[in-house]
Write a protein of this length. Structure first.
Length: 521
């Protein structure tokens, strides 16, 4: 794994960690990041229609993702479609628990890191085609290899096209994915990589079916479509990146990474139900709605990795990173209409939409971080580090009043090796999450704060081809925004959530032709 700015085995990381490998992605026909994360112990994937996903770990929302270790928002508003097609990525890494050490503000649930495919010196050509139920078709082409004889210049191109229908009438989603990267070695110890990713396409969104008052579920045709034929959504995402790595004598590295992600969407829908089903007639109120939005994520990270400081097991990571996120959203509304769930008519005409005002947000984060692994005794390791964080957020062009300056985010763990293949650990991590809710006086609420205690064991068997871990944990998340009971239009920072649990996972290749994943949470 590389999520901690250095290469580490699963056993060396004193937290619950999981990896979805490229082999698993191909063997199991995963087409999205959500497909892969559904297989990770303790992770829940929520799906809304054909591509709107949300992720939770240990009962806590994961609100940001990392791509090659750089932070980006996992969505761009309530109607976002999956903009991280798995054709571009080599593997998915997940660390459960707060990830504020390298990520900045982080919800307590965990961190997901998508590791992109690299250009390789050996020529490889991979072609894949799929066909499935409900008019589902997909194709991928992946080509990589050296561009000069000595292999100092390498390239890789990935293209994918996905076209699918649904068990629900009139629903579809199409997307085109293009990825290109070049890697150049100006010296034997330096590698420069640049690249770009494009993903986009149209779809027809759906927001689920209404129910009866009191919670009774609709029991009719599951293929029923509550929208209009003019319903449309368009998503586009562009990502550009630069990665420079210099390898030092003794095995250390200096690495500079930067990227920019631009995403935009436009949608209009006559499928958003706004009432219960009338039991006598089957009628439902429909709020016709449209929206436009775009977001921009920019991030940079400079890190120094020094292995074998005092012993071969020691290491030190130092770094600084900076990120900025800007979003714009405009909502427009049409008149409320009536549709009958027993015989919905999708030919209703498209209305004129009236604007309801736009929303803009901007967040800026900067952090200094350090993480050290030190061998205290023959079998006892200390992992300790922290992040010194600065955060500033604002909305609708107003002066920023949501600031955090010099906040310390600590992390510490002890691990003990009973045998070369079995160890136990105890770890502590904390985090903070700035909030956008306001109190009755219009002031932004103070940030959420959280911490994690975790106790676990890790093992490797059969010369490392089979690995496993088990962990007990407790997470406390304080200062969540809840409705002010005396002023319902405002919030107060009084919410507290406690998550306790047990996780266990075993993965690997216990025999030549077998790949095994077993998990329980």
């Amino acid at each position: 794994m590389t999520i901690g700015r250095q290469r580490q085995t699963l056993k060396e990381i004193p937290n619950s960690v999981s990896v979805v490998t490229r082999q698993q992605i191909e063997d199991r026909n995963f087409n999205t990041v959500a497909d892969g994360l559904k297989q990770v112990v303790g992770v829940q994937v929520g799906q809304y229609g054909l591509g709107n996903f949300s992720f939770t770990s240990r009962g806590m929302d994961i609100s940001t993702l990392q791509v090659d270790g750089l932070q980006t928002a996992d969505n761009q508003g309530a109607w976002t479609t999956d903009s991280f097609d798995i054709a571009v990525y080599d593997r998915i890494e997940l660390v459960c628990g707060p990830a504020g050490l390298f990520q900045g503000s982080s919800t307590p649930g965990g961190a997901i890191d998508l590791v992109r495919k690299r250009a390789l010196p050996d020529t490889q050509i991979n072609v894949m085609a799929q066909a499935g139920s409900w008019d589902r078709f997909r194709g991928e082409v992946d080509v990589t290899g050296a561009l000069v004889t000595d292999g100092s210049l390498r390239g890789r191109v990935v293209a994918a096209y996905d076209d699918r229908g649904s068990y629900m009438d009139h629903i579809f989603a199409r997307k085109l994915v293009l990825y290109g990267t070049l890697e150049y070695d100006p010296t034997p110890d330096t590698t420069i990589a640049i690249g770009a990713i494009h993903q986009g396409g149209p779809s027809r969104p759906i927001f689920g079916l209404p129910n009866y008052e009191g919670g009774g579920l609709y029991r009719g045709r599951r293929s029923v479509y509550m929208g209009s034929l003019w319903d449309r959504k368009r998503d586009d995402a562009e990502r550009y990146f630069l990665d420079v790595e210099h390898r030092l004598a003794g095995g250390g590295t200096i690495r500079l990474r930067g990227d920019r992600t631009d995403r935009a969407y436009h949608f209009k829908s006559g499928a958003f139900t706004d009432s219960y089903i009338d039991r006598a007639t089957g009628d439902v109120d429909i709020q016709q709605i449209a929206g436009d939005g775009h977001s921009c994520d920019e991030a940079a990270d400079l890190s120094l990795n020094l292995p074998a400081l005092f012993t071969s097991a020691d290491s030190l990571v130092l770094g600084v990173n900076h990120s900025r996120n800007r979003t714009y959203t405009l909502w427009t509304y049409g008149p409320v209409i009536t549709r009958n769930v027993l015989a919905p008519d999708p030919t209703t005409p498209e209305p004129a939409f009236a604007p309801d005002g736009s929303t803009t947000t901007k967040t800026v984060q900067t952090g200094l971080y350090a993480n050290a692994r030190l061998k205290l005794l023959d079998r006892l390791m200390l992992t300790a580090g922290g992040r010194l964080a600065w955060y500033k957020g604002s909305g609708n062009g107003q002066p920023s009043d949501n600031k955090v300056s010099g906040r310390v985010v600590p992390y510490a763990a002890l691990s003990y090796d009973f045998t070369p293949g079995l160890s136990a650990y105890v770890s502590y991590a904390s985090t903070f999450v700035p909030q956008t809710s306001v109190d009755r006086n219009g002031n932004l609420l103070k940030p959420r704060t959280g911490y994690l205690y975790e106790l676990g064991i890790k093992g490797e068997w059969l010369d490392g081809v089979l690995t496993g871990h088990a962990a007990l944990y407790q997470i406390i998340d304080r200062n969540r925004a809840v409705t002010d009971p005396d002023f319902l239009q405002a919030s107060v920072a009084l919410g507290k959530v406690r998550s306790r649990g047990f996780e266990a996972e075993v993965v690997g290749d216990p025999a030549r032709v077998w790949n095994v994943t077993l998990g329980y949470a």
